[in-house]
Design a binder for this molecule. Structure first.
Ligand code: UDP
Length: 328
């Protein structure tokens, strides 16, 4: 049985990856430190014999006994609210965490896929974003801790590939959504859906003319799986190119949820990218991949998930402890 280590396994994408690799017949070692992840996302797997969970912070030395075939490094805070609250952990997991996992991959002769992001393009001056674009990132802005950690992550991954011959894969993930997104992570989809369910107005930041392109989680996971199994070691964009402005998106959510609330406008956060759309020519060519789930269907499924949460969960807009425990 092939063995895979998934970091950030209790998070949104990590937990869907666990499901996928279990379905493919792998032995899955799930790792998380639960700073932003939630065991609820993977508790249905604990009864399986081919599933193990390690509570561990990957910025510390990572040890896994026995052989290992694949590593997927998905541990990282991944929302602008998190970067502000836990900036140093964000930098460390992208930099030190990646270093540890590349070392483990080298030691075990395992293939490693690292989760990069459209954020490495910053506030892009090229549209849509191709893998050849180098990006426009403010190193010292609030998002810099994430963007620069992810840029460093790509560099060190290529260095391990070129210098040590490690088999590496780099996926640049664009905005992805679906069940198990954290309700209170501040991202636009949980924010709007939570607001609709609580009967609050929908908060659009800025004038809402900024764009995003949202990919349903099942499509994203398929793209990642194909990339891991491919022989392609340069970065590949995986996202849905169907672009929409945030104000149009707010109207779609109002229609979908049937809320009688309205849109209210709030200040645009610093360095919020004005436009984002993946060019997925490479993914089509190299992986034979393109997204299949449209926004209407995907949002419907996602709303079903948020509706299934308890009233208590919905009321909790802030429940994490960001005191001393998380200061390092
Ligand atoms: N956004 C918004 N209202 C919210 C949360 C987010 O208008 O309550 C906007 C945000 O300013 C950004 C877009 O929605 O332009 C997507 O934000 P998100 O945090 O989901 O992802 P990212 O900015 O990282 O793409």
């Amino acid at each position: 049985m092939k063995k895979v280590l998934i970091t950030g396994a209790a998070g949104f994408l990590g937990s869907h990856l666990c499901d996928r690799f279990i379905k493919e017949g792998f032995h899955v070692i799930a790792m998380d430190n639960l700073i932003t992840g939630d065991l609820k996302n993977i508790e249905h797997l604990f009864k399986l014999e081919n599933f193990e969970y390690y509570h561990h912070d990957v910025t510390k030395f990572v040890h896994v006994p026995g052989n290992l075939d694949y590593i997927l490094h998905f541990a990282s805070p991944a929302s602008p609210i998190d970067y502000l609250k836990i900036p140093i952990q964000t930098l460390k997991v992208g930099a030190l965490g990646t270093h540890n996992l590349l070392g483990l991959a080298k030691e075990k002769n395992a293939r490693i896929l690292i989760a990069s992001t459209s954020e490495i393009y910053g506030d892009p001056l090229v549209h849509p974003q191709t893998e050849e674009y180098y990006g426009n990132v403010n190193t010292i802005g609030p998002r810099g801790v994430y963007d620069e950690a992810k840029r460093f992550q790509e560099s060190i991954t290529m260095a391990y590939h070129r210098f040590h011959g490690v088999e590496t894969r780099i996926v640049r993930i664009f905005n992805t959504y679906g069940p198990r997104m954290r309700l209170n992570d501040g991202r636009v989809i949980p924010a709007f859906m939570g607001q609709a369910l609580r009967g609050e107005d929908l908060t659009v930041f800025g004038d809402g003319s900024q764009t995003r392109s949202f990919c349903y989680v099942d499509d994203e996971i398929e793209g990642i799986y194909r990339l891991l199994m491919s022989d392609y070691s340069d970065p590949v964009n995986v996202g849905n190119p169907h672009e929409i402005t945030i104000s149009e998106f707010a109207e779609e959510i109002i229609k979908l949820t049937g809320t009688t609330q309205k849109v209210v406008y709030k200040e645009l956060p610093q360095d919020d990218p004005m436009q984002r759309q993946p060019d997925i020519s490479k993914a089509k060519e190299v992986l034979g991949w393109e997204p299949k789930v449209g926004r209407e269907e995907g949002m419907k499924r996602t709303f079903e998930y948020f509706k299934s949460l308890s009233k208590e969960d919905l009321e909790k807009t802030e429940h994490r402890d960001f005191t001393n425990r998380n200061r390092n």
